[in-house]
Ligand binder design. Structure first.
Ligand SMILES: Cc1ncc(C[n+]2csc(CCOP(=O)(O)OP(=O)(O)O)c2C)c(N)n1
Length: 614
């Protein structure tokens, strides 16, 4: 039947409720009551406002629909059924089942899903990134609609998102907050206090529209207004959880619980029975994204021996990569430290200042890559830990994002431990499908930045604050997954492995050892994941299986761990001296702090001698 009148839309909303109940009861798990509260708003959106060619999910002109409250997946999948892209059979047999694409929370395994949600507080920030692309890069009229939960509004990242949406005047973004008064374990902080929500939203610079979320006419008017707005709109929809089935409606204790079969039967009767309504919906306005120029990338070249910080090389290489029109940059208000500002100077129209909002910065990168851009987001490596859940979720989204973390380790010196990344390698290595790079000099840093652009998944580069000598000539290559043997001779007795600043310490240690007549091989492990097991095994075999690893990172999960895991997977046994930061550092000079941490050249040389005498 054609869904046209508000009565028709009411029927559709009831169908969405019934299907949400049916599939979750069949699966024995899921969130039907969270789906039922938002069914009216979604029914109006689907029929009268969302512009999408469901058969062509890749159409760049399509609107975007993101369920920030991803646990309402029964509702989302019931909408997919209503528009005819999944069958009732798939909904009923697939939902939450092993091997099915209808996972418990939505992921982009489904072509109509942009980003994985389910960790609350992320879908809206992701939507900001999609809206940034639409407004500033693609220049397409698509609209981004995000369904949020009211308990979700307690997440700080939601407010980072409202703030940035307003700052960037994202009038193509509408958040719909399903204010059903209840969260998981009971009432939310604000209950149905729509006034307070509205004041907060307005204070952040967005336009708040409080409505009765079960009044189809009011919903229609609010959604229509949102599509015409001059700033981001937030529809505050007062709803009732479990709406439409008296036994659970607005009652505590029903969050995340499927209805038992007998209750489901009664609910379906109360909701008017099963329906098979198909919605046609609105087609997108025809449009193609602004073309992205594809210029020649000419990487910066550095003179051997010149002292250049890898963070500077990162910025300069990123600016060079800007010749590609799909490359975009973001920074957390430290662009003069990370050197992302090198990109800003050349391509201000593709640079998004995210201020000190690291969660939003990573989420915006995820949103931008939804539209096919190649985002690089930079901040101090230490502060990326703040966005770790976003990084973790971006792996679930199969998002391709590049992250640069500067100011690695104790090497930063006087600023002290609050600014030192000492856990970032562990954190980034643990992410599914990630790449972790840690260059020691400017030439390798610049090369690896270009490599990052072509890689998929979460790609991380760790850069160093201080300036150290350029070790490699400009045309040297650094394939991801490789390592460089920087110094070797047939008589090597021990291998010293470093990356970043510790590679320079390893080289100084090798000089010191040479003075004692000890020949040391030195390996630059610039690619920590994937790692060059072959080079490690060869070096170990050639040097009596004596290895020293030195890293400016805590011992857990860092370079030593990566080396040991690689060697143990290859069945190779070694004696390894692992020098890493053990204690809690303070302030000091880089040399003092590296000495205190036990990763100085002298300490590396001593560890090598101990291995040889042991
Ligand atoms: C970051 C995060 N914390 C906790 C949870 C667990 N959780 C899932 S749903 C939920 C309650 C959500 O309530 P609300 O946003 O109001 O949505 P509703 O289901 O009431 O519509 C919670 C706490 C989560 N998924 N993500």
């Amino acid at each position: 039947m054609a869904v046209q009148t508000l009565d028709d839309i009411h029927e559709l909303a009831q169908q969405l409720r019934v299907d949400s109940i049916r599939c979750s009861t069949k699966a024995g798990s899921g969130h039907p009551t969270s789906s039922m509260s938002a069914a009216d708003v979604m029914a109006v959106l689907l029929t009268r406002h969302l512009r999408c060619d469901w058969q062509r999910p890749d159409d760049p002109a399509n609107d975007h629909l993101i369920f920030s409250k991803g646990h309402a997946s029964p509702l989302l999948y019931s909408m997919f059924k209503a528009v005819g892209v999944i069958s009732d059979e798939e909904l009923m047999t697939g939902y939450r089942q092993f091997g099915s694409r209808l996972e418990g929370h939505p992921t982009p395994v489904l072509p109509w899903v942009d980003v994985a949600t389910g960790s609350l507080g992320q879908g809206l920030p992701d939507g900001v990134g999609v809206a940034l692309a639409g407004r500033y890069l693609d220049e397409l009229p698509y609209h981004v609609w995000v369904l949020c939960g009211d308990s979700e509004m307690a997440e700080g990242s939601m407010w980072e998102a409202f703030d940035k949406a307003a700052y960037y005047r994202l009038n193509n973004l509408t958040a719909i907050v399903d204010i059903n008064r209840l969260g998981q374990r009971g009432p939310t902080e604000l209950g149905w206090d729509l006034d307070t929500y509205a004041k907060r939203i307005e204070a952040f610079g967005c336009h708040a529209i409080p409505i009765d979320g079960h009044d189809l006419g009011e919903i229609d008017k609010a959604l229509g207004h949102a599509a015409e707005a001059d700033r981001p709109t937030v529809i505050l929809a007062r709803t009732r959880k479990g709406r439409g089935f008296d036994e659970v409606e607005d009652r505590e204790g029903w969050h995340g619980r499927p209805l038992p079969a007998d209750m489901a039967e009664r609910a379906i009767i109360e909701l008017g029975g099963q329906r098979e309504i198909t919605v046609i919906g609105l087609q997108p306005e025809a449009g193609t994204p602004r073309t992205r120029p594809n210029g020649e990338v000419s990487l910066p070249r550095y003179e051997l021996g010149a002292k250049v910080a890898t963070r500077l090389a990162f910025g300069q290489a990123l600016a060079a990569l800007g010749a590609r029109g799909d490359v975009v940059a973001l920074d957390g208000e430290v662009g003069n430290s990370t050197h992302a500002e090198e990109f800003l100077a050349k391509y201000p129209e593709r640079y998004f200042e995210m201020f000190i909002a690291e969660q939003q910065m990573v989420a915006a990168a995820v949103g931008l890559q939804v539209r096919g851009y190649v985002p690089f987001a930079a901040t101090f490596a230490a502060f990326l830990s703040r966005a770790y859940d976003f990084i973790r979720m971006s792996a679930i989204s199969a998002a391709n994002i590049r992250l640069s973390g500067s100011h690695a380790g104790v090497e930063i010196g006087a600023d002290g431990p609050s600014q030192m990344a000492l856990e970032d390698i562990a954190m980034m290595r643990a992410v599914h499908g990630s790449t972790v790079l840690y260059p020691s000099d400017a030439t390798s840093a610049a090369y690896l930045v270009q490599e990052m652009a072509g890689r998929s998944g979460v790609v991380y580069i760790r850069t160093t604050r201080g300036a150290y000598p350029v070790l490699y000539p400009p045309d040297e290559t650094f394939p991801v997954g490789g390592a460089k043997v920087v110094r070797s001779s047939p008589g090597d007795q021990v291998t010293l492995i470093g990356a970043g600043v510790t590679l320079h310490n390893c080289l100084a240690a090798a000089d010191e050892l040479a003075g004692d007549g000890i020949s040391a091989r030195v390996v630059d492990l610039y690619s920590l994941k994937p790692i060059d097991t072959k080079t490690l095994v060869e070096a170990a075999s050639a040097t009596g299986n004596r290895l020293v690893v030195a890293e400016d990172h805590y011992p857990q999960g860092g370079i030593g761990g990566a080396v040991l895991e690689a060697l143990s997977e290859s069945g190779h046994h070694v004696r390894l001296a692992h020098l890493a930061v053990q204690g809690l550092p303070g302030s000091g000079t880089p040399a003092e702090l590296m000495e205190a941490a036990g990763i100085s050249a002298g300490q590396i040389a001593r560890a090598a001698r101990d291995l040889l005498s042991g």
